[in-house]
Ligand binder design. Structure first.
Ligand SMILES: *[C@@H]1O[C@H](CO)[C@@H](O)[C@H](O)[C@H]1NC(C)=O
Ligand SMILES: *[C@@H]1O[C@H](CO)[C@@H](O)[C@H](O)[C@H]1NC(C)=O
Ligand SMILES: *[C@@H]1O[C@H](CO)[C@@H](O)[C@H](O)[C@H]1NC(C)=O
Ligand SMILES: *[C@@H]1O[C@H](CO)[C@@H](O)[C@H](O)[C@H]1NC(C)=O
Ligand SMILES: *[C@@H]1O[C@H](CO)[C@@H](O)[C@H](O)[C@H]1NC(C)=O
Ligand SMILES: *[C@@H]1O[C@H](CO)[C@@H](O)[C@H](O)[C@H]1NC(C)=O
Ligand SMILES: *[C@@H]1O[C@H](CO)[C@@H](O)[C@H](O)[C@H]1NC(C)=O
Ligand SMILES: *[C@@H]1O[C@H](CO)[C@@H](O)[C@H](O)[C@H]1NC(C)=O
Ligand SMILES: *[C@@H]1O[C@H](CO)[C@@H](O)[C@H](O)[C@H]1NC(C)=O
Ligand SMILES: *[C@@H]1O[C@H](CO)[C@@H](O)[C@H](O)[C@H]1NC(C)=O
Ligand SMILES: *[C@@H]1O[C@H](CO)[C@@H](O)[C@H](O)[C@H]1NC(C)=O
Length: 472
């Protein structure tokens, strides 16, 4: 009797928690089925991973505080898991869909994720996290819109457009995985896809005939919110729209201080919202370009995605050369300056997660300092270094014994010759500093302690360092 009594008490306790976390807010239910389909984005038929028969997958569009219930059915021939990139999984971080916290979903099984997008807004994307499957697709946009009572920090856009850009191989993920497992480099990608489609034929030598390209239809005079995600494997892409300014408004869940850019570098895993006004005369269609960055352009020419911006009153097809990429071969500070120019709009209303009072992150004392050098990672030891290491790289794995509710400063030093992306699944962190060369204590003096952007993915330039503070 006593046992039964305490058992039911326990049940009530659970039920109450459940009510607090879930019952008050609406539910959004989705069914996502992963399967193979055959398409030819670059003119070569290949099997890709579709979601509900579509490549890329459907957009999941929810509102702040919604309880999201997603049943994922795996119709592939191998285990799969879906992860939600920068969506913060507080209270249910084990549902972030990566190996270690989630069991894989075996072929022909399904699994239901349930999490709440508490205090969040913004642009994210989902993708398969196992077996290199994202190189074959399985991704889609994940949008969290403001609640109606919370004003946007800009006029309501006339439309909401999703553009997914990413490098692409005609080899499938199994073939790519086999190459990687054999210690081989993947080599240059075969192209860049925009919304799952190959390039518009802007040059007859570079682009074969008969490729299906993406067209974005717009009306003159209107302003659209264009959400761009780099869903690729490894290539940083420069995004630009011919003759149009990109007014940056949001990145991965934070409204930014609004600034115009003619082009923006978007690293693998990053998402941005741009407000784009259709203020041109529509004498022709306009190019939308995503071209590879930080590589030898003359060798990587075909690694360029080209889509078409088509005004409803357009007088003709796009023609001529593509708009120029940044000309910064001799200016290493250009890319770093652009990255550090992306700052939060600290006065913008709208939901922002605020664990441990992180609105004031710059005045919170740091409890732990961690340093990571790429290709230098500490097997479950507790000896994670707190300063960049010297000496030859060492492959290792480390568990970090963080302080509960503490603030951690992480220093990433990239000694490699290629740009790297650093991603923290289910969390975001403040990018407080970025520079070339070795990190020293003096770099702390130049940290942005006021309006640094908080995000889930950052680049670490070759021969460079990035320092950030984030929350445990
Ligand atoms: C992937 O490519 C390999 C080699 O080309 C092929 O044997 C395999 O069937 C393909 N797998 C899928 C799922 O398309
Ligand atoms: C999910 O799998 C369970 C068995 O684990 C099955 O009862 C259920 O019908 C499946 N649901 C869907 C939507 O496939
Ligand atoms: C910041 O947000 C406020 C409030 O919504 C808005 O009025 C202002 O224009 C924004 N400032 C910038 C620089 O984006
Ligand atoms: C998402 O939903 C909001 C509100 O229902 C709508 O205004 C917006 O256009 C949708 N965005 C996309 C990309 O579907
Ligand atoms: C197409 O690209 C090739 C190779 O870069 C170049 O030589 C040629 O001038 C380009 N053609 C046009 C019409 O721009
Ligand atoms: C951005 O550029 C547009 C023109 O495309 C202009 O109307 C707007 O004022 C600019 N905004 C800012 C914040 O510079
Ligand atoms: C349209 O705009 C382009 C570029 O801004 C300009 O070169 C062209 O002369 C304009 N055409 C007309 C018909 O106004
Ligand atoms: C880029 O590649 C071209 C063609 O192989 C080569 O001639 C050129 O030297 C390379 N440029 C750089 C900066 O490495
Ligand atoms: C940070 O530490 C300093 C020195 O120990 C202390 O004076 C200060 O109050 C602390 N700040 C916060 C926000 O806890
Ligand atoms: C990284 O490069 C710097 C010089 O730029 C050197 O001081 C440091 O020892 C290198 N670290 C590793 C692990 O190679
Ligand atoms: C982690 O740190 C706490 C507090 O310093 C300590 O009590 C605990 O034993 C540590 N855990 C491990 C696994 O070292």
């Amino acid at each position: 009797m006593a046992l039964l009594g305490s058992y039911s008490l326990y049940l009530i306790h659970i039920a109450l928690l459940f009510r607090l976390c879930f019952a008050a807010d609406p539910f959004a239910n989705y069914e996502l089925e992963l399967s193979y389909i055959t398409v030819s984005p670059l003119g070569v038929p290949q099997q890709v991973i579709a979601v509900n028969g579509k490549f890329p997958g459907p957009t999941l569009n929810v509102t702040t505080n919604y309880n999201v219930v997603v049943n994922v059915k795996n119709k592939l021939d191998e285990n799969a898991l879906i992860t939600w990139s920068g969506v913060q999984m507080r209270r249910s971080s084990w549902q972030d869909g990566v190996l270690g916290t989630n069991c894989p979903i075996p072929p022909n099984w399904n699994w239901t994720y349930q999490f709440q997008v508490k205090d969040q807004i913004g642009s994210f994307f989902y993708f398969p996290s196992l077996n290199f499957q994202r190189a074959s697709g399985g991704f889609g946009s994940f949008i969290i819109t403001n609640r109606d009572i919370i004003p946007l920090p800009f006029s309501t856009p006339d439309g909401d457009i999703v553009i997914m850009i990413g490098d692409w191989y005609t080899r499938n993920h199994t073939a790519l995985r086999t190459a990687l497992d054999a210690g081989k480099d993947l080599g240059m990608p075969d192209g860049v896809l925009i919304n799952g489609k190959g390039p518009f034929r802007y040059n007859n030598t570079l682009v074969p005939d008969g490729i299906d390209y993406e067209t974005i239809n717009v009306d003159p005079g209107k302003t659209y919110r264009i959400r761009v995600h780099n869903v690729g494997v490894s290539t940083c892409l420069n995004f630009r729209i011919q003759n149009h300014n990109l007014l940056l408004a949001e990145t991965e869940g934070y409204y930014t201080s609004q600034q115009n850019y003619t082009s923006v570098d978007i690293h693998v895993g990053q998402s941005y919202s741009f407000l784009v006004t259709m203020d041109q005369n529509a004498s022709s269609d306009y190019y939308i370009v995503a071209s590879s960055r930080f590589v030898n352009q003359s060798l990587w020419q075909r690694v360029t995605g080209v889509a078409i911006l088509h005004y409803s009153n357009s007088k003709g097809k796009a023609a001529g050369p593509l708009p120029d990429p940044p000309n910064d071969v001799y200016d290493t500070s250009y890319a770093v300056n652009q990255a550090m120019s992306i700052r939060q709009n600290v006065t913008a209303s709208g939901a922002r997660p605020n664990p441990q009072g992180s609105y004031h992150y710059g005045s919170i004392n740091v409890t732990d300092v961690l340093a990571d050098q790429f290709q230098v990672k500490g097997a479950y030891k507790l000896d994670f270094p707190n300063n960049p290491l010297t000496g030859p790289p060492r492959m290792d794995r480390s568990i970090i014994n963080g302080t509960y509710k503490g603030f951690i400063e992480v220093i990433l030093q990239n000694n490699d010759t290629v740009v790297q992306s650093f991603h923290m699944d289910g969390y975001s962190f403040f990018v407080v500093g970025m520079a070339y060369g070795d990190w020293t204590e003096n770099n702390r003096g130049s940290y942005n302690r006021w309006d640094a952007i908080s995000r889930s993915t950052t680049q670490v330039c070759s021969q460079g360092t990035v320092s950030r503070i984030f929350i445990v």
